[in-house]
Write a protein that binds this ligand. Structure first.
Ligand code: 2BA
Length: 108
C-alpha cells in the first residue's frame, strides 16, 4: 500500500476530493498553511493500492491548476521571517505530491 500526500490550493480541493471519491478512492482533507506564502492550502491523504497510484496522481493533475500569487511586501516581525521589500509574484501549484510506502495499515 502507498500513501499519497498532496498539497493543493484550497480552490482545487473540493473538486479533487469529489473526483477521487467518484472513482472509489478514500481521501482525508486537512487544512494546512504554506511556509512561504503563509496562506491556507489543503493537504490530502489518500491510502491506495500501488497499482492505483498513477490514477490518483492523474486525477490530481487534472483538477489542480497553476496560479500566480503576489507576495505582499513585509517586514519580519520574528527572526527568521523573510524581509520582502517589494511585491513578488510566485507561481503556485498545480499540486505538490509525495508518494510514500505504508508499512502497516489497519482499520478498526
Ligand atoms: P508555500 O510554502 O506557501 O509556497 C507557495 C509557493 O511559493 C510555491 O509553490 C513556490 O512557487 C513558492 N516558493 C516556496 N518557497 C519558496 C522559496 N524559498 N523561494 C522562492 N519561492 C518559493 P509550490 O511549489 O506549488 O508549493 C505550494 C505549497 O506546497 C507550498 O506553499 C507548501 O505548502 C507546499 N510544498 C511545496 N513544496 C514542498 C516540500 N518540498 N515540502 C513540503 N511542502 C511543500
Amino acid at each position: 500500500m502507498k500513501l499519497v500526500i498532496a498539497i493543493l490550493q484550497d480552490k482545487d480541493a473540493a473538486q479533487a476530493v469529489t473526483e477521487l471519491n467518484r472513482r472509489g478512492f478514500r481521501a482525508t482533507k486537512l487544512a494546512s498553511t504554506g511556509g512561504f506564502l503563509r496562506e491556507g492550502n489543503t493537504t490530502i491523504l489518500a491510502g491506495v493500492q500501488e497499482p492505483d497510484v498513477e490514477q490518483v496522481v492523474s486525477v490530481l493533475r487534472r483538477t489542480c491548476s497553476v496560479r500566480h500569487e503576489t507576495l505582499a511586501p513585509q517586514t519580519p516581525s520574528h527572526s527568521g521571517e523573510p524581509y520582502v521589500p517589494f511585491p513578488v509574484e510566485v507561481t503556485v501549484g498545480g499540486a505538490t505530491v509525495f508518494v510514500v510506502d505504508v508499512d502497516r495499515y489497519e482499520k478498526f
